[in-house]
Design a binder for this molecule. Structure first.
Ligand SMILES: [Zn+2]
Length: 450
């Protein structure tokens, strides 16, 4: 796995879609540090589907390696991608220093990258390379996320979904299907798994928090800064305003998540679903409530420890492998009154995964930490469509009778194969699982391996 990165070649133009780095990957691996498998300088333009690191993380390396074209994305994606890239410079730099290698990219590469960014809104057709036009649609995955349809001068079109959302989302409009392409490359991260329904996962979160507050200790929620944190704040705000939870202090203790939440507030009226827009008009911010404190500075963060009694701390990193959450875990996990609530995917080997698996101690910030806390693992908070959501997307897209082939990509091989099999069996369409580095020729009536 290297992160999302697709090259589309038309008769005359070349467009890249995404340039990501796999989250939690070994950053010094050859396939991340090594040269791209195409002539970077010959690419005319790049389109970014959304701001997650596994879609955007190698963009400054591409620019460093000589990519000079424009980089297109929706306006919210621009704001979020700039935050994520700036944040990653620090993380990658630290990692490189620790291993005694040169960083993947540096601040000047990031600055150059930012000068090449142009915004393109949903539903606007634009020629961005010789003979090649692009068209973006909402995918309901995170704020600003888009699928990309690319059309050549003879009308042949291919679409790439980026990541497809777990619709219905409490915040974002449902994904839009893509019926006007000859072939689709679609994500398949949860291609073989199901999420519990939204109402069920909200009830479980509320009950878990009630129990945790009754235990009287600190409640730690490690959360990914982008989308997951905002979902948590939104649900907490709903619980408190409906008086379903006792009023206890909540700390958002992550500079990145605080900045990302500001971007969500900036764009809420334009890119959120309609009923949330009405809620915002009535209540002001849907992410804030009277006893939420955003602790941007280190000093404010240190002060959290002085607050006695039950309190909630939301901080990154989402898999407990860095960031401020590590500090709080080291402080509170040895205390049996603490509850750790996991709301995100935990990669094998990550501290979060080991805690779910019942480890009696984990290594955090270089020290072994005893776990006496209660660990609660909640499912269904993923921003990805599950296997039925993905199949529904494929079905809606095939309903236009134009799409003839669906490639399943960006997932574990087993998930890609499972989704492809179901698209073939249930929808009667041709589904292909491409290999990394393969090239396919897409025509109006056929696709062929090159
Ligand atoms: Zn994503």
């Amino acid at each position: 796995m290297t992160g999302s990165n697709f090259l589309i070649e038309g008769k005359h133009g070349k467009i890249l879609v995404d340039c990501g780095i796999e989250q939690g990957a070994d950053f010094v691996e050859e396939h991340i540090y090594g040269a791209f498998h195409y002539d970077v300088k010959s690419v005319d333009a790049l389109v970014l589907t959304h701001a997650h690191l596994d879609h955007v993380g190698r963009l400054p390396k591409l620019v460093r390696d000589g990519f000079n074209g424009k980089i297109y994305m929706t306006p919210p994606t621009k704001d979020l991608a700039e935050l994520i890239i700036l944040d990653s410079v620090g993380i990658l730099g630290e990692e490189a220093r620790r291993r005694g290698v040169a960083p993947l990219y540096e601040v000047q590469d990031v600055e150059k990258t930012f000068t090449q960014i142009e915004t393109l809104d949903y539903h606007v057709e634009k020629e961005i390379a010789p003979g090649l036009s692009v068209y973006l649609r909402n995918t309901g995955h995170i704020l600003g996320s888009a699928s990309v349809r690319i059309k050549d001068e003879d009308g042949t079109a291919v679409a790439l979904t980026g990541d497809i959302g777990n619709s219905p989302s409490p915040l974002l409009p449902d994904w839009e299907s893509v019926t006007d392409a000859d072939a689709i490359v679609m994500e398949s991260v949860y291609g073989d798994r199901l999420h519990p329904p939204h109402t069920e996962r909200v009830a479980t979160l509320r009950d878990t928090l009630k129990r945790a507050i009754a235990r009287g200790g600190t409640i730690l929620i490690p959360a990914f800064s982008l989308e997951r944190t905002q979902l948590m704040l939104y649900e907490l705000s709903n619980f408190f305003s409906a008086k379903e939870l006792p009023e206890i202090p909540v700390f958002l203790d992550s500079p990145l998540a605080i900045h990302v939440t500001k971007v969500y507030e900036k764009w809420d009226s334009t890119y959120f679903k309609k009923d949330v827009g009405d809620e915002i008009k009535k209540e002001g911010s849907i992410f804030e409530f009277p006893f939420l404190k955003q602790t941007l500075s280190r000093n404010d963060s240190e002060d959290i420890e002085g607050v006695k009694g039950p309190k909630i701390i939301i901080a990154g990193a989402g898999m407990s492998h860095g960031g401020r959450i590590g500090k709080w875990e080291a402080r509170y996990l040895p205390d049996p009154s603490t509850t750790l609530i996991i709301v995100g995917y935990q990669a094998p080997g990550s501290p979060g995964r080991r805690m779910i698996e019942g480890a009696s101690s984990v290594r955090l910030n270089g020290a072994e930490v005893k776990i006496k806390a209660k660990v609660e693992n909640l499912h269904g908070w993923s921003a990805h469509a599950d296997r039925d959501g993905l199949l529904a997307f494929a079905e809606a897209s095939l309903a236009g009778k134009r799409v003839k082939t669906i490639f399943t990509a960006i997932g574990e091989p087993s998930a890609e194969r499972f989704l492809a099999q179901r698209i073939h069996d249930y929808l009667g369409a041709t589904a292909i699982v491409p290999d990394l580095g393969q090239s396919w020729e897409i025509k109006k009536d056929s696709v062929n391996k090159m």
